[in-house]
Ligand binder design. Structure first.
Ligand code: ZN
Ligand code: ZN
Length: 226
């Protein structure tokens, strides 16, 4: 059942040819979760317990802040802060202070949205492998896609075995795609640097304007959007 629910968004993301397709899937999930945590999750006791315990990471707190529901966000932060207050207790000496620091340090950037997104992304990463083995048209769409950011390339490598009998073919296609895409962004970057060389005979158009952005997003995932 899971398999078919997952395939439509994967087809869409790979056909879009707009940077890493796994980043596109992540963006979709992240937007849905941010909306959910500002909407129905605010009043749901189950969600509230999770937010109490895990809170939100820096990235997602900022996304929630920009999410256009200040009341919902205030309630979420309120419940999380109450939990933090309970966990601080009292400290009377250096040893206790250090122990408290160790305990709190582990809770500083935990996040309910990251937890849920992570689970869904894992499913997507092995669905891509399954599709490579099961869908006749998919290998072609895969090889014509934009290639992956490095974090998602690593994730996809971890699930190659899900391609079953096609695992060897998939491993080779995945690695070849990634090398091709990295060489492409790197060559754009080199062309970009040559534009600053006064003596260079090459006079390039604006085609390499996005070279730095594309290279950063290739290395780190889609962190620059404009
Ligand atoms: Zn990515
Ligand atoms: Zn997060």
């Amino acid at each position: 059942m899971q398999y078919h629910i997952q395939t439509t968004p994967v087809w869409d993301a790979f056909r879009q040819k707009d940077g890493c397709p796994i980043c596109l899937l992540y963006e979709r999930i992240e937007n849905r979760l941010v909306k959910q945590y500002l909407g129905e999750a605010v009043m749901e006791p189950d969600y509230r317990i999770k937010v109490n315990k895990r809170g939100f990471c820096t990235r997602h707190l900022l996304k929630l802040y920009d999410g256009g529901n200040k009341l919902g966000l205030a309630l979420q932060i309120n419940t999380r802060t109450e939990n933090i207050i309970e966990n601080i207790g009292t400290t009377a000496n250096a040893k206790q202070a250090k122990k408290l620091a160790e305990k709190l340090d582990k809770t500083l950037d935990t996040c309910v949205i990251c937890d849920e997104a992570e689970e869904i992304m894992t499913r997507y990463c092995y669905t891509v492998a399954q599709m490579f083995g099961a869908e006749a048209e998919f290998p072609k769409v895969f090889s014509e896609s934009s290639g992956f950011c490095m974090p998602h390339f690593v994730r996809l490598l971890q699930y190659v075995s899900y391609a079953g009998k096609s695992a060897e073919r998939y491993a080779a296609a995945l690695t070849a795609k990634q090398l091709e895409t990295l060489k492409k962004t790197n060559s754009d970057l080199e062309r970009f640097t040559k534009r600053f060389d006064y003596n260079s005979a090459d006079k390039f158009s604006g085609a390499t304007d996005d070279a730095i952005k594309n290279s950063i997003n290739k290395l780190k995932g889609k962190i620059i959007t404009d």
